[in-house]
Design a protein around this ligand. Structure first.
Ligand SMILES: Nc1nc2c(c(=O)[nH]1)N[C@@H](CN(C=O)c1ccc(C(=O)N[C@@H](CCC(=O)O)C(=O)O)cc1)CN2
Length: 291
């Protein structure tokens, strides 16, 4: 048997269509949501992601503002841009593209963003709110994984979910969201003992370690749903290609459903960013999620 392919591009298109319709309703009430994207340096992948964020924003009717600073920009220069955006009431969402150049303290910059405009959900106010189950802005990649899981499985209550990786951007918020959805959650990391045994008990596996094809068929319980967050560029047979953290070909016959790389979780990250920007705009105008 072969697993069902979870189509992230199609799911992202659905989210974007919903957001576009809701943005049109807001605009009819005189509110134009706006997203500011800050890019520091010249990392080629970051340039592509920022370009795609601006494109998607324009497609759904969200006004976009782009701020580009050189790789040698000081932390103070970045903080000055963030402070200006915090103070600008016409800007609803602020995103600083990661990674930042090594000389800039990421935490200092992320903590400077107004939590109400923190559409990445990385500010400690939003991180804390998420772990307390408050309705806060939630990191885009884990929020996208949750959409894919709910589309595939419906109610997640009582499922045993294993998250492989404990990064602040994906692993930890992913675990908090799965817990909030009433899953029993295990987080595996580099010091876990016999991780393949623990992972092999999971109904849901979310792989976010950044190691190409680390998770093989022996890590997966037959029938498990596998969400692969990894985006690793490798050289193979003389050409460059993207692969996930999961050995896709080996796991395909074992899992019941699996995300491909590319075309799985990646497109959902940007779709959920648009969702968060809409949410932030509504909240800043005192509107509920339904209005
Ligand atoms: N401030 C942030 N920085 C970063 C985030 C983030 O959520 N906020 N996440 C990643 C990068 N990222 C968005 O910023 C991102 C990564 C991948 C994709 C995507 O669509 N990937 C495609 C493949 C793209 C390719 O060919 O290279 C896919 O998986 O199909 C979108 C967004 C780190 N930084």
């Amino acid at each position: 048997m072969s697993a069902q392919l979870i189509d992230g591009k199609a799911a992202a298109a659905r989210v974007l269509a919903e957001v576009g319709a809701d943005v049109a309703v807001l605009k009819a009430r005189g509110i134009e949501p706006a997203l500011a994207v800050v890019l520091v340096g010249d990392d080629p992948a970051s340039q592509v992601y920022v370009r795609n964020k601006v494109l998607r924003a324009n497609e759904v009717g969200i006004r976009s503002l782009e701020y580009r600073l050189g790789a040698d920009a000081s932390a103070e220069a970045v903080l000055e841009v963030v402070a200006g955006l915090n103070a600008d009431a016409s800007v609803n969402g602020i995103l600083v593209q990661l990674p930042l150049p090594a000389h800039i303290d990421e935490t200092r910059v992320l903590q400077a963003i107004d939590p109400a405009k923190d559409v990445d959900g990385f500010h400690s106010e939003n991180v804390g709110g998420l772990s307390q189950g408050r309705p806060v802005l939630t990191p885009c990649t884990p929020a996208g994984c949750m959409r894919l899981l709910r589309d595939t499985l419906g109610d997640l209550s009582g499922k045993h979910a294993v998250v492989v990786g404990r990064s602040n951007i994906v692993g930890k918020p992913m675990a908090a969201l799965l817990l909030a959805a009433n899953c029993s959650v295990t987080v595996l990391h580099s010091r876990s003992v016999k991780p393949e045994k623990l992972c092999g008990q999971a109904d849901i596996v979310v792989a976010a370690v950044g190691r190409p094809r680390m998770i093989g068929a022996d890590w997966i319980k037959p029938g498990a749903v596998v969400i692969d967050v990894g985006i690793n560029r490798i050289e193979e047979n003389g050409r460059s290609r993207l692969v996930g953290d999961v050995d896709f070909d080996a796991v395909l016959p074992v899992a019941s459903a699996i995300t491909p790389v590319p075309g799985g979780v990646g497109p959902m990250t940007i779709a959920m960013l648009m969702h968060n920007t809409l949410l932030a705009a509504r909240q800043q105008h005192g509107l509920s999620a339904q209005e």
